[in-house]
Design a protein around this ligand. Structure first.
Ligand SMILES: Cc1cc2nc3c(=O)[nH]c(=O)nc-3n(C[C@H](O)[C@H](O)[C@H](O)COP(=O)(O)OP(=O)(O)OC[C@H]3O[C@@H](n4cnc5c(N)ncnc54)[C@H](O)[C@@H]3O)c2cc1C
Length: 397
């Protein structure tokens, strides 16, 4: 075994760390307070190659492997998970489906627009009012009429969907009913300025306040037939595959947040004095720090193992779910302990740990809840078909 990163991987991690610590971290509190989308940061990250990390170089991306992307994402999220989710949703949910399932023309056109100096964002719309965990409950429809898809319906909570630099969304729509009575789901590319496609206002949120989430509305929204992504009726399989990658990345985002909690906890423990000594000298505090460090190390390892499996072209669905659950729950415990170590100061919005404590909850919900990921893990262990088929069965139930 070899746990060493390549020179290239270290270079990207260091670049992301340096930029994040110098330019993002000092602004995180203010961005959160103002609920301001950081356009200048996203533009700079695009210029640095961070927003197109897994997009092939021929389409203007950085052509990085999945491990490298997750290393960089951890560093960005360590500085601010709002910026981290903007990067993650753009790469894992926005660009990846086009990279994986798009035609050469779609890749050139849509990816070129977002990464190749375009400094734009792409979104992925799956969730609806009655289709959350049960994404098979999708009600949005797309009907093929006179060479165009006519889309009707609504999506909710779609990340990066309504910024001034959003170029479009890949939406999952119902295009018919299968022989077994289940919906036929299809992915369709919808550029932002398409008539009949509108967005609602952003939400008031507990965390990720400097990131953008919107409801989307489609009213007789028409796009050309060639905006079909991949094959008709393959939307279900496509989003399962997309979410596998996304789960690893949300794992990396969670590790970054857990590391930030640890950084703050150590700094405070070394500085704060009670009973005539620094609180870091009390064993109760030391054990908390030891537990945090242990769990962060393990979370980082499963995230990188899942990413490595993906890079090798090997099955990684089970490990993706393990990474998502373990890392997000590690981050939750780390945030809790960081506030505890900070004491009353940690309850004040003037402290970074208070923000971390608010931010951390969503990691257990977005891109598959802990409950559903535990089911994916369990069923992959209990069935012979393996993780992918087990998951398909479960979601189709
Ligand atoms: C800030 C934010 C950003 C988001 N960004 C996007 C995005 O960019 N694109 C997108 O498509 N979606 C996005 N989402 C949606 C997100 O993926 C969903 O919230 C998530 O999949 C869970 O769906 P739900 O919230 O409807 O929960 P529900 O499905 O209503 O689940 C509620 C509870 O029931 C549990 N539950 C449900 N079914 C089962 C079961 N079979 N067994 C056991 N427990 C079960 C869940 O685990 C959960 O605890 C975002 C959400 C948020 C809040």
């Amino acid at each position: 075994m070899n746990f060493d990163l390549t020179v290239e991987q270290q270079r990207w991690r260091d670049l992301a760390r340096e930029y994040a610590q110098e330019e993002i971290r000092p602004r995180a509190t203010q961005l959160d307070k103002e609920q301001a989308f950081p356009y200048d940061i996203v533009a700079r990250m695009t210029d640095l190659g961070l927003m197109g990390m897994t997009v092939p170089e021929e389409y203007g991306g950085s052509g990085g492997d999945f491990v490298t992307y997750n290393l960089a994402l951890e560093e960005i999220s360590r500085a601010d998970t709002s910026v981290g989710i903007t990067m993650e949703a753009h790469i894992s949910l926005g660009c990846s489906p086009i990279v994986n399932f798009g035609t050469p023309r779609q890749k050139e056109h849509f990816l070129g627009e977002v990464v190749q100096g375009g400094r734009k964002l792409w979104a992925f719309g799956l969730t609806e009012e009655n289709a959350g965990t049960d994404a098979g409950g999708t009600r949005t429809t797309a009907e093929l009429r006179d060479g165009e898809w006519v889309i009707n319906g609504a999506k909710k909570w779609i990340t990066n969907a309504g910024t001034d630099i959003t170029a479009g969304v890949t939406a999952i729509a119902r295009t018919g009913t299968r022989e077994n009575g289940k919906p036929e789901l299809t992915a369709i590319i919808i550029p932002q300025e398409t008539p009949g496609f509108t967005r609602g206002p952003g939400y008031e949120k507990l965390g990720w306040r400097a990131s953008d989430q919107r409801p989307l509305y489609f009213e007789d929204c028409r796009v050309p037939e060639e905006n079909l992504l991949g094959e008709r009726g393959r939307g279900f399989r496509q989003f399962l595959q997309t979410l596998d990658g996304g789960r690893v990345a949300v794992g990396a985002l969670s590790v970054g947040l857990a590391q930030a909690c640890f950084d703050e906890a150590v700094a405070r423990a070394k500085e704060r004095e009670q009973f005539g000594s620094r609180i870091a000298e009390f064993q109760a505090i030391q054990f908390k720090l030891a537990d945090m460090a242990m769990e962060i190390e393990l979370a980082r390892n499963i995230v990188l193992k899942a990413a490595w499996l993906k890079d090798q072209g090997r099955p990684f669905s089970r490990e993706a779910s393990m990474a998502k659950v373990f890392a997000s729950e590690t981050a939750k415990r780390a945030a809790d302990q960081a506030v505890q170590i900070w004491g009353g100061e940690g309850f004040m919005e003037t402290s970074a740990v208070a923000r971390y404590w608010r931010q951390v909850k969503i990691n257990e919900i977005g891109e598959g809840t802990s409950e559903i990921n535990r089911q994916i893990i369990a069923r992959s262990l209990l069935t012979e078909e393996g993780a992918f088929e087990a998951k398909q069965k479960m979601v189709a139930q």
